[in-house]
Design a protein around this ligand. Structure first.
Ligand SMILES: C[S@@+](CC[C@H](N)C(=O)[O-])C[C@H]1O[C@@H](n2cnc3c(N)ncnc32)[C@H](O)[C@@H]1O
Length: 262
């Protein structure tokens, strides 16, 4: 659990100090689970800039229901809870977009071990379901995150999952994808290879992986009626990664209860 008095000691205005406080709190949740989970949380959240970017740029609005598809050990949920805690004690940087207060996260993953770790770390602060995204019935929600997960399923399955995810979005909602860019040649192939080995080490087998160039992701998402923005979003080492935000049009059904419409 986080210690609010320690969080309160962080300076309110500094973005780097705020990020360190969030990183500490998000990793700390895994202390009571197992040594690997805590080390992994700190390394992944600290080295992969997508997580800080999501907070800085306000990609998750206050009050949102977020589905994290392929949530692993629940790092995104832990990050959002930590961001909420830091913001509540006045530690949110003025330069960042609005803080993600009161966000509700439902994480799903194929690997039971990761779901067990996520539940142990987050308790009732988030909901975790042991499920396959290819068969999961996405609940009505405001954001669906696919962080480094879609390439584990075949292209036709990706299309079907994205269509069902899009159907679950409330007006103004968004799919947030972090994907490999298949047009990036050797860096793309290297990234896929690393992910295959990582999955093998996590007990998830050694199946084929499927990427697309940005133009392919864009065409699929636009065909679903979504407005697409993208930017390079590499971790360390610098794989050919993209962050894609695909938004559904806002506002037609006023009073729908979506966070984005509030
Ligand atoms: C590289 S990890 C990323 C985990 C997490 N999104 C993160 O950023 O920390 C990929 C995750 O996708 C999960 N995954 C792969 N195929 C899946 C499927 N069909 N349904 C649900 N989860 C899946 C794996 O079990 C693994 O936890």
């Amino acid at each position: 659990m986080q210690n609010p008095s320690r969080l309160a000691a962080e300076p309110a205005a500094g973005a780097d100090a705020a990020w360190r406080a969030i990183l500490d709190a998000a990793s700390e949740r895994y202390r009571g689970t197992d040594a690997h989970a805590m080390r992994f949380a700190r390394a992944k959240l600290g080295n992969d800039r997508v997580f800080r970017h999501v907070l800085e740029s306000g990609l998750v609005p206050a009050g949102a229901h977020v589905v994290d598809a392929g949530c692993g050990q629940g790092l995104f949920a832990s990050l959002l809870r930590a961001a909420d805690a830091v913001a509540r004690v006045g530690g949110w940087p003025a330069a960042w977009a609005a803080a993600p207060f009161d966000v509700r996260v439902t994480g799903i993953d194929l690997l039971e071990l990761d779901i067990t770790r996520a539940r142990a770390a987050l308790g009732d602060a988030a909901t975790f379901v042991h499920a396959d995204m290819r068969r999961f019935n996405f609940p009505a929600c405001d954001r669906i995150a696919f962080f480094d997960t879609l390439h584990y399923i075949a292209p036709a399955e990706q299309d079907a999952v994205l269509a069902r995810a899009r159907a679950a979005l409330r007006p103004g909602g968004a799919l947030i994808l972090r994907v490999h860019d298949a047009s990036a040649g050797a860096r793309f192939r290297f990234g896929l290879w690393v992910d295959r080995v990582t999955m093998l080490l996590h007990g998830g087998g050694f199946g084929p992986l499927a990427g697309r160039p940005l133009s392919g992701w864009r065409a699929t998402l636009e065909a679903l009626g979504l407005q697409v923005e993208s930017l390079p979003m590499n971790g360390r080492p610098p794989f050919a990664n993209l962050l894609i935000v695909a938004r559904s049009p806002a506002g037609r059904e006023a009073g729908d209860g979506s966070a984005a419409a509030r």
